[in-house]
Write a new protein. Structure first.
Length: 258
C-alpha cells in the first residue's frame, strides 16, 4: 500500500502545478498550494507565506481547485421557475429568500441538473449524504433540493450564531474545515464563494434606484398658468354709445364753445 501511494504521489507531483491546487495529506488536511517540487522522498510545497517540506508518502493526491468563473449577473428570469419553492422554504425554515436565491446562483446558477466534480447535485449542490439526512427522495427535484439545502443552511446559521460568513464557508467547505481553521478556511475557492454570495445578497437587498423628479418653481409654474389663461373679452359698444362719443368729442377739444 505504501508503495502504491508513493507511485501515485510521484506521478502527480512530477507534473508542474499550473494553478492553485490542493495537496491532500494522509492526515486529512488539504493544503492550498501554488507549486510543488519533488526532491527524493521529500516534496516541497509552495504555500502562502513560503514553502514546506512533506514526506512524499504522506501526500495522497494533488487535487485541482474548483474555480468557477463568475457568471454574468443572473437575470431575474432565471430564478422565476423556483420562486415559489424558494419562498416556501424560506417561510418554513426562517431563512431570507434573498440569501437562498444568492446561494443557488453561486452553487448552480439555477441549473437543476448541475453536477460538480465532487458529486454535489442539483440547485443547491447537495452531497448524497446531506440529501439522505433530510429524507430527499429525488435530489434533482427543485422543491426537495431547495427545501433540504435551506434546512442545512439554517442549521449552519444557528451553529455559528448568525455569522453569515462562517455559515457560507461551512456550506462550501464543510463545518470541519471551519472548525479546523477557526474561521473561514484559507481556500481560494471558499473565500471567493463567500464573497460572491454576500455581494449577490447585498444587491438583492438594496432598493432599486429611482429617477429623481424634476420640480418646476412655483413662480415659473404660475407664469405658465397665466399665459394659458384666455384673454378677457372686450366690452361691446352699441351705435347709440358711438354717437354720444362723437358729440362729446368737439366739446372736449373746445370746452368754452367759442
Amino acid at each position: 500500500m505504501k508503495q502504491l501511494v508513493l507511485i501515485l504521489a510521484a506521478g502527480l507531483i512530477g507534473a508542474p502545478v499550473a494553478r492553485a491546487d490542493y495537496a491532500v495529506l494522509r492526515s486529512g488536511v488539504r493544503l492550498h498550494i501554488t507549486g510543488c517540487e519533488r526532491a527524493g522522498n521529500v516534496v516541497r510545497l509552495t504555500i502562502d507565506g513560503g514553502k514546506v517540506e512533506i514526506a512524499a508518502a504522506d501526500i495522497l493526491s494533488i487535487e485541482p481547485e474548483e474555480l468557477f468563473e463568475t457568471p454574468p449577473a443572473t437575470p431575474p428570469a432565471a430564478a422565476d421557475p423556483y420562486v415559489k419553492f424558494i419562498r416556501d422554504a424560506a417561510q418554513k425554515h426562517g431563512v431570507d429568500e434573498a440569501l437562498i436565491t444568492s446561494v443557488i446562483a453561486a452553487e448552480s446558477n439555477f441549473n437543476p441538473r448541475a453536477v460538480s466534480r465532487r458529486q454535489a447535485l442539483g440547485l443547491m449542490q447537495l452531497l448524497p449524504q446531506t440529501a439522505a439526512r433530510y429524507s430527499v427522495t429525488d435530489i434533482f427535484d427543485p422543491a426537495q433540493n431547495i427545501d433540504a439545502g435551506t434546512q442545512y443552511l439554517k442549521e449552519l446559521l444557528e451553529q455559528y450564531h448568525g455569522n453569515l460568513a462562517l455559515a457560507l464557508a461551512a456550506y462550501n467547505a464543510g463545518p470541519e474545515r471551519v472548525g479546523q481553521f477557526r474561521g473561514v478556511p484559507p481556500y481560494r475557492e471558499t473565500r471567493a464563494y463567500v464573497t460572491r454570495v454576500t455581494k449577490s445578497l447585498a444587491n438583492l437587498k438594496s432598493p432599486p434606484r429611482q429617477t429623481p423628479k424634476i420640480e418646476t418653481s412655483q413662480r415659473s409654474s404660475g407664469a405658465r398658468d397665466q399665459r394659458n389663461l384666455p384673454h378677457p373679452a372686450r366690452p361691446h359698444t352699441t351705435d347709440a354709445q358711438k354717437s354720444a362719443v362723437a358729440r362729446e368729442a368737439p366739446r372736449a377739444a373746445n370746452p368754452t364753445g367759442r
